[in-house]
Design a protein around this ligand. Structure first.
Ligand code: UDP
Ligand code: MG
Length: 329
């Protein structure tokens, strides 16, 4: 008699406690002078209630206004506010990486400083962390603050991305999240230069928990993500996590080859049965179609190699270990 396997009980993650732990906030700032005073007021108020030591690492990403001066003013008032000044505008993804590298806390929270990521959520993040989550990420329950076009394109992007790559981006999750130190250490070890953080966050794995929230409009200033920038951002995301666009050509070639062969049979048969009323057309058509198919197949096979080279040069670790049982330390 075959015995059904007894249900496996997974080890319950040890309940963690925030006591004695440190929290690092990472805030990339680009032209945010109008909103920063309010940002610090809200976040410091929230952090003071949480019962953890904290630091706020602000990265001035080459702002062209007085962002740096405002940040330094707050740093002087509260030494827990630390400032990194990048030499020029490197873009949010890179600014965030610079900030993550500088953090020292046991829990790390990247946050937008335009107050679209409500600081009040951090308490819930920490609770999820205490209950064993390594990552607690905010999910927008309604995107009504975004325009219709932005919502539509965002949806299309998530769908396309999840189809084409092996990591699944959770719908409507942004960068706002709390990560355990060990998750951040894995992120920091990823050597790739093109840092599509949303994708990397999903790639690392670990125990992730979604926390729903309503995303408000930015408190002041203007968004620096215009459609052209978003389009490039989407391209960055897809090209760093999928090789489909470069590998699809073999299949286009295959389909073209089948069409070329059918067209050849059809044209030859028609010429034999009905005679040839346009001299040269059937042979020319067959040559063009076959040539096209061969070229596509050739490009596609190059694509297979380039895709593999690309995967190698990204140099991502092969795997990420979350826990080890029964090994000496
Ligand atoms: N940001 C940055 N560098 C940039 C663009 C944006 O550091 O080149 C920061 C910006 O200061 C904000 C966050 O990234 O804290 C999100 O930017 P934004 O609010 O413009 O984007 P949206 O919320 O519209 O996606
Ligand atoms: Mg914003």
């Amino acid at each position: 008699m075959v015995q059904s396997p007894s249900p496996v009980t997974l080890p319950v993650p040890v309940a963690r406690t925030r006591v004695g732990k440190r929290l690092s906030i990472v805030a990339p700032c680009f032209n945010e002078q109008e909103v920063l005073d309010l940002f610090f007021e809200r976040i410091e108020d929230e952090l003071s209630k949480l019962g953890v030591e904290y630091e706020i690492v602000c990265v001035n990403d080459g702002s062209r206004d007085h962002t740096l001066a405002v940040l330094l003013k707050h740093h002087q008032r509260n030494p827990k506010i630390k400032v990194i000044n990048l030499a020029r505008n490197f873009g949010k993804e890179t600014a965030m990486s610079a900030g993550l590298d500088a953090t020292t806390g046991d829990m790390i929270v990247p946050i937008d400083c335009d107050l679209q990521d409500p600081p009040e959520l951090i308490g819930q993040f920490i609770e999820a962390w205490e209950n064993g989550a390594d990552v607690a990420y905010g999910v927008r329950v309604d995107r009504s603050a975004d325009s219709f076009v932005k919502r539509l394109t965002a949806q299309g992007f998530y769908r396309a991305f999840n189809r084409m790559s092996d990591v699944d981006l959770p719908y409507n999750a942004g960068d706002y999240r709390l990560m355990d130190r060990r998750v951040v250490e894995v992120l920091r070890q990823l050597p790739e230069r093109n840092r599509f953080m949303k994708g990397l966050f999903a790639w690392v794995g670990f125990r992730q928990e979604a926390i729903p929230y309503a995303r408000p409009e930015r408190a002041a200033g203007t968004s620096s993500f215009r459609y052209w920038k978003l389009w490039n951002f989407a391209l960055d995301g897809i090209t760093s996590f999928s090789t489909a666009p470069i590998r699809v050509w073999s299949y286009v070639g295959l389909v073209a080859g089948i069409l070329a062969a059918s067209a050849a049979v059809f044209l030859v048969a028609r010429t034999l049965l009905q005679g040839n009323n346009v001299p040269g057309y059937p042979s020319l058509m067959v040559v063009i179609l076959t040539g096209f198919a061969i070229q596509m197949l050739a490009i596609g096979s190059l694509g297979e190699y380039v895709a593999r080279i690309y995967q190698e040069v990204k140099g991502r670790p092969l795997y990420v270990i979350m826990d080890r049982y029964g090994f000496d330390q």
